[in-house]
Write a new protein. Structure first.
Length: 329
C-alpha cells in the first residue's frame, strides 16, 4: 500500500502544554519557499506524496476559471471554499447553480448540515434537514458543474477521474506543481484527490498566489483573480471564527486548510509554506503555518501572536486557561 511519510521521517511541529507539562506532540513535515521559489526550509519528509484534501481546491478553481467560466469576487472565493454553511455561503452556491439553471440535486457532494453553529441552530428551529448545498465543499462542486455546462461536458459522472473535467483538473495540478500525481483517491465530498509532495504543493500554490493579472497565460491570470478574491472575501472561504478566515483577515496571507492536518499559506511577499500534521489533526496547522512564515521574515511575529489568541488554541482546566497549543517550528 502506498501512503504518506512515516513517523520516522517526521519532526515535531507543535505541542500541547497543560500547566507547563507537554501533554501531546504533533509531528509532521513542512516546506517553506522563498518569494522566488527557492527552498528556504524543509522539516521532515517534503518529497513523499500526501493527499492535499481541500488544499487542492485552489487548483480546481483555477482549472474551472480557465475553462470558460468567469468567476470573480465572492463567486471565485466560494469555488475554492471549505465553507461553514452560513446563509451567505449557501446563497453564493445557489447563485452559481442558477447561472446554469441547475438544481441543487445536481451537486455530487453528500447532504450535510451547516458547520456554523448559528446556521445549524436556525436550520433545526425551522424544521430543515440535511441538504447538499450545506456541505462544506458545495461551492467547489457548483463551480465544477458550471465548467461542465460551459464546455458541453456531461453532468453525469462529473466526479469520475476519467471525466473530461477531472482530466482537466489533474492536468492543471500537474502543470502548476511540476509533478505527476502518484495516486488518486476519493475525497470526503466524493471528488478525486491526487497525491503530490509537499514541495510540489507549495510550488503550485505559490504559482497561483503570486501570479500576475497581466500574464499572457490564462492559468496565471485566473490564479491572480482567485487570490484577489480570497484576500478580499475571507469570510467566503471558510466562515465566522474559522482559522482560514481569521488568518486572511488579520495577517493578509492566502490560507487554505486541507483535512487530515494539511495547510498551505502564502504571505503577501510571496513566501509560501505547505505542511502536513502526520496524525491528521488540524488544530495546530494554522498556527504552524503562520509561525513558519514569521520565522522566514515574511510576516510579523507580533501579528501572529495576536492571531494566536483568536484561534481557540487554549487548553482548559475547568473554566481556566491552563495551557495552549503551541507551534515549535
Amino acid at each position: 500500500m502506498t501512503g504518506t511519510f512515516s513517523s520516522a521521517d517526521a519532526v515535531e511541529l507543535a505541542v500541547v502544554e497543560r500547566n507547563g507539562f507537554t501533554e501531546s506532540r504533533h509531528a509532521g513535515s513542512a516546506v517553506v519557499l522563498s518569494p522566488e521559489g527557492e527552498l528556504l526550509r524543509a522539516l521532515g519528509d517534503v518529497a513523499s506524496p500526501v493527499l492535499p484534501r481541500s488544499a487542492l481546491k485552489p487548483f480546481i478553481a483555477v482549472a474551472v476559471m480557465s475553462s470558460g467560466v468567469t468567476l470573480r469576487g465572492e463567486d471565485a472565493a466560494i469555488a475554492t471554499a471549505s465553507h461553514s454553511g452560513t446563509a451567505a455561503h449557501v446563497a453564493l452556491v445557489r447563485g452559481l447553480l442558477a447561472r446554469a439553471s441547475l438544481p441543487e440535486s445536481a451537486l455530487g457532494c453528500p447532504p450535510a448540515t451547516p458547520g456554523d453553529r448559528t446556521a445549524y441552530d436556525e436550520l433545526v428551529r425551522s424544521g430543515g434537514q440535511r441538504e447538499r448545498v450545506y456541505m462544506t465543499c458545495s461551492g467547489k462542486h457548483a463551480a465544477m458543474l458550471l465548467a461542465c455546462v460551459a464546455n458541453g461536458w456531461p453532468l453525469e459522472g462529473y466526479l469520475d477521474p476519467a471525466h473530461p473535467l477531472q482530466r482537466r483538473i489533474l492536468d492543471v495540478l500537474e502543470r502548476l506543481t511540476g509533478e505527476r500525481a502518484t495516486a488518486t483517491a476519493v475525497d470526503g465530498c466524493g471528488a478525486p484527490v491526487h497525491a503530490i509532495s509537499l514541495t510540489g504543493l507549495a510550488r503550485g500554490i505559490q504559482k497561483i498566489t503570486t501570479a500576475a493579472a497581466s500574464s499572457p497565460f490564462a492559468l496565471f491570470r485566473e490564479g491572480a483573480a482567485l487570490t484577489e478574491a480570497v484576500r478580499e472575501n475571507p469570510w467566503a472561504i471558510a466562515g465566522p471564527g474559522q482559522p482560514d478566515t481569521i488568518a486572511i483577515e488579520r495577517v493578509g496571507v492566502f490560507a487554505k486548510f486541507g483535512a487530515e492536518g494539511v495547510m498551505v499559506m502564502t504571505a503577501p511577499d510571496g513566501t509560501t509554506t505547505a505542511l502536513k500534521v502526520l496524525d491528521g489533526s488540524s488544530r495546530a496547522s494554522t498556527i504552524i503555518g503562520l509561525r513558519l512564515l514569521a520565522n522566514a521574515g515574511a510576516i510579523d511575529d507580533a501579528a501572529v501572536d495576536r492571531v494566536a489568541t483568536e484561534l481557540d488554541l487554549w487548553v482548559m482546566g475547568g473554566e481556566r486557561r491552563v495551557g495552549e497549543i503551541r507551534a515549535t517550528v
